[in-house]
Design a protein around this ligand. Structure first.
Ligand SMILES: Nc1ncnc2c1ncn2[C@@H]1O[C@H](COP(=O)(O)OP(=O)(O)OP(=O)(O)O)[C@@H](O)[C@H]1O
Length: 251
């Protein structure tokens, strides 16, 4: 098993408020890692430290290290824009641009100067196929993305992320705004995508974590209480607090 992301002694502060304390974790390549825990325990904060999205929030500070493929992403040599291309992110609410399906997918590539129509068309086809949206939208790729259902919009947002050829994709509660069938389709998609990407998902649904993740980290008050293979976390947790949470005693 290959470590893709190594987190060492990570602390994170909003002003004087410490939101993450001494996080140490290895995240493995081509696996799905789930972050679970009660509201406000720091799951989303931690996710945002992995592609430096936290830097958009004023008066915040990081201590410690996050290494991706051995490189410290907070080093001065790392360009945060390039980092966010390598570490894509999909959010809770599908957020397509108010543009066509086609333009949504090629947006980032065009911004990076790719103009060749054949290449762009090819990327649109392959990414729509890889998110299992091609058949549903092939006749309307020049129509507005906002005409799609919520679940289709979320798959389009995943296609838009994939178009940038990331190695890691961060998902922040990607199905919490979706119906059960759309949720199932996204879960199936994540299981496919892990063959090509390293995936981290924040989820409020323990069933979802149990269904799709290989590893699970349980967070409480900004600390990782337990991190292990998902089936161990759910069948035989080491820490009483993990057990209390997964059996529904709090949270
Ligand atoms: N932009 C912000 N400014 C100040 N404090 C913040 C900000 N975002 C989060 N926090 C604080 O950091 C802590 C962790 O929040 P975070 O959103 O990471 O938790 P979470 O586990 O993802 O919660 P949820 O499951 O409800 O999304 C909370 O105490 C929260 O109030």
């Amino acid at each position: 098993m290959e470590t893709k992301i190594k987190v060492e002694n990570l602390n994170f502060y909003y002003g004087n408020n410490r939101a993450l304390s001494n996080i140490n974790m290895d995240i493995y390549k081509n696996k799905i890692t789930a972050f679970i825990g009660p509201s406000g325990c720091g799951k989303s904060t931690f996710l945002r430290t992995i592609n430096r999205m936290n830097e958009f929030i004023e008066n915040t500070r990081v201590e410690g290290k996050i290494l991706i493929d051995g490189e410290d992403i907070y080093s001065k040599k790392v360009d945060p824009v390039e980092l966010r291309r390598r570490v894509g992110m999909v959010f809770q609410r599908p957020n397509p641009f108010p543009k066509t399906i086609y333009e949504n997918i090629v947006y980032g590539l065009k911004k990076n100067g790719v103009k060749n129509k054949e290449i762009l068309n090819e990327v649109v086809d392959t990414t729509l196929k890889s998110v299992a949206l091609y058949e549903e939208v092939k006749d309307k790729i020049h129509k507005s993305a906002l005409e799609l259902s919520g679940g289709q919009q979320q798959r389009l947002c995943i296609a838009r992320t994939i178009a940038m050829q990331p190695d890691v994709i961060l998902f922040d509660e990607p199905t919490s705004a979706l119906d059960p069938i759309s949720t199932m389709k996204i879960e199936e998609l994540l299981l496919e995508l892990k063959n090509d990407y390293t995936i981290i998902i924040v989820t409020h649904s323990m069933q979802q974590a149990a269904r799709i993740s290989d590893y699970t980290a349980f967070f409480l008050n900004g600390e990782v209480i337990e991190f292990d293979e998902t089936n161990k976390i759910f069948s035989n947790p080491r820490d009483k607090r993990t057990e209390d949470y997964i059996t529904g005693r709090f949270g």
